[in-house]
Design a protein around this ligand. Structure first.
Ligand code: NAI
Ligand code: MG
Length: 497
């Protein structure tokens, strides 16, 4: 099978790399296996990419280790920043190509995909700026000692990313890892390998030394597991399901205790108080749950509405959701494309069936849209109770669950009644209510009068079972660095000896 293929799309025609990206070259997998790449809007196979197995992970780690020791460790921070700035420029240059790849492979609408790619460039540029601004400290203890700390890279980093934001997760991972001086072996999700391979081509064009960043297409149970268990990977960063997050921790414990950061699922509350700007709150609630087809870890899937506006809210929200344009990802006006895969489609339809059976009120949607492609109608359930599965488990699709609350105490109890803690939204015009509730919610991010408002400068990550560590912002630098303390004795012997 070849290493590249010309792909023609409604927006662009381009050359798609298909190989594993190791040592700045696209190569075949050792075992010669491939992965079918599927267009979720048509259910057709677009192409095949070369599949990485354990042998390829070993090969990539060896290259990443040698590059770390011989090249990257001695590359100045200033140069690391320059390369990342260059990469961000190239991503912007090829924004339409990259956005089109996301629409093709993931199914996200082209307008949202363009937003994703712009955010990718923004994120990489943000970490480019950090590269030469990471310093240790002088720590004064007493007159006979001179102490300082150094902020050092960790070494070879393994990164495993999901399919919901294929290129954005790539950026969140490689930005801070490369800025801080690590080398990387990154595995994409088997459902969406294409955009990171194209971006790898840009990494080479930007002038990064061979072996600094290696990108593998592969399955979780084989290539992913091999990364998690590897004895020569010093740190692993993972985004995906809570179940696999646990496996990653176990693999670290059973191998070399590589440092672990996890960004996992959520069942985030989005709260609407009676005094909120209702029209705006409904727009944010709609965007909060249906953005990216509901395939968003921080999606505001549990919507809590104060009782005095409950009926009105549901009626207006229904009207809004029914107007969401669901269809061809390449159509400019499309808001919601297909779910990423048959597996996810079936999983979500299973949750919708449970919702219908458990006594929740189906307000709208609840079915498949069309007969080809993994499209699902925007679905809203109301009168949801805490013990219903649709209120407890992450559905990861266009499904909202609405419940009623009375006052702040009632709300806080309901909102925190979950094993997750990734994000939350609060809609109110009262500053005291906003700040009080934000303080009481157990979530890594609380959005006031907005939702899904991520920004590369703002730390993002989970309380409770939503994860370990924070991505984005300055906080992410800590994931990829370790502190060395150097203490110099200026005079004196061990006291008393
Ligand atoms: P997943 O957790 O299986 O996949 C995420 C990544 O982990 C992929 O790259 C996959 O190849 C890899 N992986 C899978 N098993 C692995 C293993 N044993 N060792 C190492 N890597 C492994 O998620 P999946 O099955 O695609 O989606 C299932 C559910 O997970 C979704 O319905 C959603 O609830 C949640 N999810 C959450 C995401 C988030 O952004 N937090 C992203 C994707 C999924
Ligand atoms: Mg695909």
């Amino acid at each position: 099978m070849s290493l590249t293929q010309k792909i023609e799309l409604p927006t662009v025609t381009y050359e798609q790399p298909l190989g594993l990206f190791i040592n700045n070259e696209f190569v075949k997998g050792e075992k010669g296996q491939t992965i079918d790449v599927i267009n979720p809007a048509t259910e057709e196979v677009i192409t095949k990419v070369h599949e990485a197995t354990k042998e390829d992970v070993d090969r990539a780690v060896k290259v990443a280790r040698e590059t770390y020791n011989k090249v990257w460790k001695d590359t100045t921070a200033n140069e690391r920043g320059r390369l990342l700035f260059k990469l961000a420029d190239l991503i912007e240059r090829d924004l339409l190509i990259l956005a089109s790849i996301e629409s093709l492979d993931n199914g996200k609408s082209i307008s949202m995909a363009k937003g994703d790619v712009a955010a990718v460039a923004g994120c990489i540029r943000y970490y480019a700026g950090w590269a030469d601004k990471i310093h240790g400290k002088v720590v004064e203890t007493d007159a006979h000692k001179f102490n300082y700390t150094k902020i050092e890279p960790i070494g070879v980093v393994g990164q495993i990313i999901p399919w919901n934001f294929p290129l954005l997760m790539f950026a969140w991972k490689i930005g801070p890892a490369l800025a801080t001086g690590n080398t990387v072996v990154l595995k994409t999700a088997e459902q969406t390998p294409l955009s990171a391979l194209y971006a790898a081509k840009l990494v080479k064009e930007a002038g990064f030394p061979a072996g600094v960043l290696n990108v593998l297409s592969g399955y979780g149970k084989t290539a992913g597991q091999a990364i998690a268990e590897h004895m020569d990977i010093d740190k692993i960063a993972f985004t995906g399901s809570t179940g696999v997050g646990r496996e990653i921790l176990k693999a670290s414990a059973n191998s070399n205790l590589k440092k672990v950061t996890l960004e996992l699922g959520g069942k985030s509350p989005n709260v609407v108080f009676a005094d909120a700007d209702i029209e705006a709150a409904i727009d944010w609630a709609n965007f909060g749950v249906f953005f990216n087809h509901g395939q968003t870890c921080c999606a505001g899937t549990r919507i809590f509405v104060q009782e005095t506006i409950y009926d009105k809210f549901i009626e207006t929200f229904k009207a809004k959701a029914e107007k969401n344009a669901v269809g061809d990802p390449f159509h400019d006006k499309t808001f919601q494309g297909p779910q990423v895969s048959k597996v996810q489609f079936d999983r979500i339809m299973g949750y919708i069936d449970q919702g219908k059976e458990c006594g929740a009120k189906l307000v709208c949607g609840g079915g498949r849209k069309g007969d080809k492609g993994y499209f699902i109608e925007p679905t809203i359930f109301a009168d949801c109770k805490a013990d219903m599965t649709i209120m407890k488990e992450e559905i990861f699709g266009p499904v909202a669950a609405i419940a009623k609350f009375k006052d702040i105490d009632d709300l806080v109890h309901m909102a925190n009644d979950t094993s997750y803690g990734l994000a939350a939204g609060v809609h109110t015009k009262d500053l005291k209510t906003a700040i009080t509730v934000a303080d009481k919610l157990k979530a890594g991010t609380v959005w006031i009068n907005q939702y899904n408002a991520l920004h590369h400068a703002l730390p993002f990550g989970g309380y409770k079972e939503s994860g370990i560590g924070r991505e984005l912002g300055k906080a992410a630098l800590a994931n990829y660095t370790q502190v060395k303390t150097v203490s110099i004795n200026l005079e004196g012997h061990p006291s008393g000896w």
